[in-house]
Design a protein around this ligand. Structure first.
Ligand code: ZN
Length: 304
């Protein structure tokens, strides 16, 4: 499958509209494969990963954005973390959570997120640490209003950041194998100076367009999403970037973590398990530190 995973950032109506769209098909499929998610969880997870990429690009000086959905439903918690470089990673508490289709015949994301209860959307924004000027992270949270993810993110944007937004996120799961074959979304924001005519035009075009995954299956890539969402307004692309699922873990980091443990603990691993196995909860990569690596940790080379 060719990789059409891209994000575009555009402007319309004399800069009174900000619009972003992402085709995240391949990265959502990879995230779901890594975590072994059931179809309904794949839909919820894929929507949050795509949402984190879109929202992340709306902040000028952002390094890292974390979205956490925590509800009373069986999936438990869903976490997505995006960076300014177009990478995203994440995990779900209970990847096997699944549900029968809802009354519209769609994957019932709400039921695995909320169950019969409630939930919260937590947002963490970090900036400055890549240039050594780490600022206090920003924390925001709002109650989940729908459990379907996109509406919850829109609610957060309007209540916490006072930005009126239309956001649509979708993941299409191929019914036979349960694999994500289309994923992505768009975000449209009203900027200062927006006119009533522009708002009316947006409401028309957004309400008339087909579902996100239908658009992506017909024409992969983010452009068609904005063409349809913005309709007669048209748009000008300001920025375009590839996006991917990428984690920051590595074998070296695994060694550093074990090196920081008590000596007795490392000796115990060497003696009992003949090694140490570590699994990254963000990407499910397994690192195995063999006896030789553990011996080196216990007996570092002499300082010259
Ligand atoms: Zn990882």
């Amino acid at each position: 499958m060719s990789n059409s995973d891209r994000l575009i950032h555009a402007t319309a109506a004399d800069a009174t509209v900000r619009a972003l769209a992402v085709d995240s098909t391949n990265l959502v499929a990879e995230a779901c494969r890594r975590h072994g998610t059931a179809p309904t969880t794949s839909a919820a997870f894929g929507r949050l990963l795509s949402g984190a990429l879109l929202i992340g690009r709306t902040y000028k000086d952002l390094d890292r954005l974390t979205l956490q959905v925590r509800g009373d439903g069986p999936v438990g918690a869903i976490v997505a973390e995006s960076t300014a470089h177009g990478t995203v990673r994440g995990y779900v508490r209970n990847p096997e959570a699944d549900a029968p289709p809802n009354r519209l015949g769609k994957l019932d994301v709400k039921s695995i997120v909320l169950g019969d209860g409630q939930g919260m959307l937590h947002v963490i924004r970090e900036a400055g640490y890549e240039i050594g000027l780490a600022r206090e992270p920003y924390y925001g949270s709002v109650p989940l209003v729908s459990g379907e993810i996109a509406e919850d993110i829109a609610h957060y944007l309007v209540t916490s950041e006072q930005i009126n937004s239309a956001i649509s996120l979708g993941v299409f799961i191929e019914p036979e194998e349960g694999r994500a074959i289309a994923a992505g979304g768009f975000l449209i924001q009203a900027m200062p100076g927006i006119t009533e005519e522009t708002i009316a035009a947006l409401e028309r075009s957004v309400s008339q367009m087909p579902h996100v995954t239908q658009v992506l299956r017909n024409s992969p890539g983010p452009e068609a999403l904005l063409q349809m969402a913005l309709g007669e307004l048209g748009f000008e692309v300001l920025e375009e970037m590839p996006v991917e699922f990428r984690c920051t873990c590595s074998f070296e980091r695994a060694v550093n973590i074990i090196s920081a443990l008590d000596r007795a603990e490392v000796e115990d691993m060497l003696e009992k398990d003949k090694g140490a196995e570590m699994t990254c909860h963000f990407c499910n990569e397994v690192y195995f530190l063999n006896e030789e690596v553990l011996e080196n940790i216990l007996a570092p080379p002499p300082v010259m």
